[in-house]
Ligand binder design. Sequence first.
Ligand SMILES: *Cc1c(COP(=O)(O)O)cnc(C)c1O
Length: 495
Amino acid sequence: MNLRYKSTRNSERTVTASEAILKGLADDGGLFVPEYIPKLDVTMDELRSMTYQETAYAVMKQFLTDFTEEELKRCIENAYDSKFDTEVIAPLVKVGDTYHLELFHGATIAFKDMALSILPHLLTTAAKKNHVTNDIVILTATSGDTGKAALAGFADVPGTKIIVFYPKGGVSRVQELQMVTQRGDNTSVVAIHGNFDNAQSGVKAIFEDKELEKELSESGYQFSSANSINIGRLVPQVVYYVYAYAKLLENEEIASGEEINVTVPTGNFGNILAAYYAKQMGVPIAKLICASNENKVLFDFFQTGVYDRNREFILTSSPSMDILISSNLERLIYTVAGGDSEKNKDLMEQLKEKGAYEITPEMREKLSDFVGGFATEEETKEAIQTTYEKTGYVMDTHTAVAAYVCAQYRRESGDPRKCLVASTASPYKFIHSVMTAIDSRYADTDEFELVDELSRISGMEIPKAIEEIRNADIRHTRECDAAQMKDTVKEILGV
Ligand SMILES: *Cc1c(COP(=O)(O)O)cnc(C)c1O
């Protein structure tokens, strides 16, 4: 049977999975959601001996039902290959009493690679299936990691162009260098004068601009998205939660059927939503612990039922989570509104107009699987330092936010369940913050000197992604105001 997708803002029209991937965002500005979350049709016993690629097929075929077996397997094989520095793709590492699911072994050393190494293949396959002849222009707003992962995935892919917007001054030095040194004739990188929310809102406005869509189409282009608003990003992220649970079983860390908790360092709410989908597919996950940094709009939301972005935007040492408008939360709001697209639309309009909305007590009740927590800058540093001192394991800043919140939840709730932490970036990517957390003496040391030092103290090999940017040429220097994003896109495309 075919699983169809509908918009969170209009339940009437449905599209196939490949159409949803091609479009990215629905015409009404809503996000595509599957009509229901499919169940796994393999047992945990079968899953425990599967490779990452086999697990990916078992999970993704349930969601992307209009892809043939051959198409989907080809996408998976092309995505999860030697671009990753380990055959297991997503290793599970026991650190103290928690399990870190390391999602940073791909080409750009952050978890965005897990989905963005397959999205270009899903998208070009979807284009073929739907007889699309236009070139597809991927527009992406990034808080740092999506940009590079999308650039790496789409560089020189025939029939595609990619334009990435990132907040000038809002990303780490390594993140910026990774983006501005990107090769590929079809790639463009633009620094905007504004923060991530400005970039994301700008991109959404361009998607919703019907006139521009028409102009573009006349020139042989159409837009799609590599942000986690694209369902083609979300579905591949469900895979690693299924895989992690199966590996915990395989390694006899848990008993059959034993429930675990999952803590996810959260920004745009894509990663944790994927864990929620994994739970609904049948993975025994109890609590979904949503960890924020000082931009703790989600923590406040889970506390009070009020989502309020009217607050100061704080630049933290975990910049990929510096977000006040978590796009993917809309998918959860829609779900807890019982699939009432009018209700969801009303709340999203309030968010757009007033920057805030409040959900009903009935909706709040349906959020009981979620727990919110946050870590301050001090607490994040402390987590990095004490974990290093106790275990020798070095975490990046984002993962540290999650590790802190996970430990705090355990302490305060007394919940004895084992906990999985989504480890979202290599410490090399945020090296300055990581090393100064370990020892404040490093504060004035050059980032690339710190690379060798981190390798020495952690025993972790220096990733290729870091070696590559040490001497690479800067290829992208374009900047613009947030208000000029549309003009910049037209200029780049020559329309
Ligand atoms: C993107 C990102 C996050 C946040 O993930 P969301 O899916 O946006 O919630 C956390 N950590 C790192 C390193 C990231 O790149």
